[in-house]
Design a protein around this ligand. Structure first.
Ligand SMILES: Cc1cc2nc3c(=O)[nH]c(=O)nc-3n(C[C@H](O)[C@H](O)[C@H](O)COP(=O)(O)O)c2cc1C
Length: 196
């Protein structure tokens, strides 16, 4: 853990710990994402973390989903990773905004065609009258794009959460856990240790 104390860049520390977590945990990239509605009602769900971009945590989603609606009106969000093999939790808070469209295009283009069809057909978080309707939407898109590349739907793409606060926590014996909090200042980060 001394690496943390010495490290003045929490994003670099995160990258190191994430790389370690991936060695022992196939689900290291699963992260809880909390958002809140404009009237401050919170909601949480898991998403796939897709790496750092321009100092931000990224993930992909439907911009018209429930979370997308929250983030459009209230960009403040929080993330929580848990890597039990490392006895570690990382939490981060900050503002979310969409990734540049060219990045979303590139990621969408890299996905399997069947997943692209699913993504286009899913009106994420809206009410579905029957699963058949969804499957019919997929088959209609399959015919529409039979001989063509499937374009990324504008309602789907990446989000980037630029952290203003990141906390690393490692479980210790007798619950003497260690917690390091990084808070963004006008230049750089301030680090402090917290009681467990
Ligand atoms: C392991 C796991 C990974 C998931 N990854 C994503 C993801 O990367 N993007 C996404 O939009 N939903 C993902 N989901 C689904 C979300 O948890 C959620 O059900 C969905 O995004 C709708 O959330 P909302 O109605 O709050 O917008 C994942 C679910 C699980 C269980």
């Amino acid at each position: 853990m001394s690496a943390f104390v010495a490290d003045t860049d929490p994003l670099a520390a995160f990258e190191q710990w994430f790389a370690r977590a991936q060695l022992s945990n196939a689900a290291a990239d699963i992260v809880a994402l909390a958002t809140a509605s404009a009237d401050k009602v919170p909601a949480v769900r898991f998403v796939n973390y897709k790496g750092m971009y321009a100092g931000a945590f990224t993930f992909y989603t439907n911009y018209e989903s429930r979370k997308g609606g929250h983030l459009a009106l209230n960009p403040r969000a929080a993330l929580a990773f848990h890597w039990p093999q490392l006895k570690m939790q990382v939490t981060a808070e900050g503002d979310c905004r969409p990734l540049p469209p060219d990045r979303s295009d590139a990621y969408f283009a890299s996905r399997e065609r069947e997943v692209q069809l699913t993504t286009c057909a899913s009106r994420q978080s809206r009410t579905l009258d029957s699963f058949d309707t969804f499957e019919r939407r997929i088959e209609a898109l399959r015919i529409e794009y039979a001989e063509r590349e499937i374009p990324r739907p504008p309602s789907w793409g990446g989000m980037m959460l630029t952290p203003s606060r990141i906390e690393f926590r490692i479980s210790g014996e007798h619950r003497r856990h260690r917690r390091w909090l990084y808070e963004r200042k006008t230049s750089g980060w301030a680090m402090s240790e917290l009681y467990p």
